[in-house]
Design a protein around this ligand. Structure first.
Ligand code: ATP
Length: 127
């Protein structure tokens, strides 16, 4: 364990650095997380192009956060299970499928919210 950032009592001085390292690691190693980041960048670019209202920006930011948090927790659960229970087990399958299901639910919600936000904007553009 890297203790270089810890103080003499062994307590973390800059706890957020560990969190930042976690985000760097998941971005580097998890393809699905990078796909979610690209979708988020696309949604933000579209939001800027359409000059969304504050309420619509709030919806977009919230659903981006929902998907990213679901993916981070799904990855954490996968890694924890691979560490604790590397062999195949029906309970491990159930837990991993549940965690993956949470990502799917968040992604469906994000797509529906994105449609509710952007379809009226497209309609305004082309009418
Ligand atoms: N130890 C295990 N025992 C039984 N089934 C498992 C086990 N590990 C993985 N699986 C099955 O394989 C699926 C994929 O698991 P894996 O850990 O490979 O995730 P992944 O391919 O990285 O998934 P994701 O796309 O969600 O990141 C799980 O949802 C589960 O159905």
């Amino acid at each position: 364990m890297n203790l270089a950032l810890n103080d003499k009592q062994g307590k973390s001085v800059f706890g957020f650095i560990h969190a930042w390292n976690g985000l760097k690691a998941i971005t580097r190693t998890e393809r699905n997380f990078r796909i979610h980041i690209m979708a988020a960048v696309f949604a933000v670019a579209a939001g800027l192009a359409f000059r969304l209202s504050v309420i619509k920006w709030s919806v977009i930011i919230l659903v981006i956060g929902l998907v990213l948090i679901a993916e981070i927790l799904n990855t954490a659960i996968e890694k924890m299970l691979d560490y604790l229970k590397p062999d195949l087990h029906p309970q491990a399958k159930f837990i991993k499928d549940l965690a993956a299901g949470s990502v799917l639910v968040s992604a469906v919600i994000a797509v529906l919210a994105g449609m509710l936000v952007f379809i009226p904007e497209l309609y305004k553009l082309f009418r």
